[in-house]
Design a protein around this ligand. Structure first.
Ligand SMILES: Nc1ncnc2c1ncn2[C@@H]1O[C@H](COP(=O)(O)OP(=O)(O)O)[C@@H](O)[C@H]1O
Ligand SMILES: [Mg+2]
Length: 187
């Protein structure tokens, strides 16, 4: 049986942020699978893919990153208000962008910071990007030569340096449930 996303039929935005390699794509996939298995309508807006479609003209300056985040937050809100569970996976290096996204989605927003030290992410280097950034073939790479402001006001912090991805996904699910975004205890 299909689940209503929340008590008011409204969806929500789970905004998953963190430096490259912190597990955003991995955890958003797992969370999405779990929500779908429970009957929710889910969309994942993953920075890597969304950027190519939404913002091909933008680069990686602060202004461009903020502009891109605003576009994504606006689409996320439109989906959420139509009952979709939206999982955003974006580095979101600036606090201004996080606050703007929160303001756009208002009550139906949760900011999830995947906290993983840059040394751990570099050692994993799931896509070989830290290596390329270290060699200088990628510029303005977050954690190497571009900043990541420590989140001031996350709703949930997941330690992704330790433990399995599966446990992190369950932590996010439990948090969304505690926020009242998932109807009853079925989720
Ligand atoms: N606890 C964990 N949570 C998330 N990812 C983890 C964890 N432990 C190890 N990993 C691994 O770290 C890598 C994270 O890569 P990815 O999800 O692409 O990160 P991002 O999308 O943030 O750049 C994956 O290879 C994943 O399997
Ligand atoms: Mg990713």
């Amino acid at each position: 049986m299909a689940q209503a996303p929340g008590p008011d039929g409204h969806g929500f935005v789970a905004w998953i942020e963190g430096i490259p390699g912190s597990g955003k794509s991995t955890l958003s996939r797992l969370v999405s699978q779990k929500l779908k298995a429970q009957g929710f309508r889910v969309e994942v807006l993953d920075g890597d893919e969304v950027r190519a479609m939404f913002s091909p003209e933008l680069g990686y300056t602060r202004k461009d990153r903020e502009f891109h985040a605003r576009r994504v937050s606006y689409v996320a809100r439109m989906l959420a208000r139509n009952g979709v569970a939206v999982v955003v996976a974006m580095i979101t290096p600036y606090e201004t962008s996080r606050q703007a996204a929160r303001a756009v989605a208002s009550d139906h927003f949760s900011e999830v910071w995947l906290n993983c030290p840059v040394d751990v992410c570099r050692a994993r280097d799931a896509k070989g990007l830290y290596k390329r950034a270290g060699e200088g073939s990628i510029k303005k790479f977050t954690g190497v030569d571009d900043p990541f402001e420590e989140p001031l006001n996350p709703d949930l912090v997941v330690d992704t340096a330790n433990g399995a991805a599966e446990a992190g996904a369950e932590q996010i699910l439990a948090h969304l449930r505690s926020r009242g975004f998932l109807r009853d205890s079925a989720a």
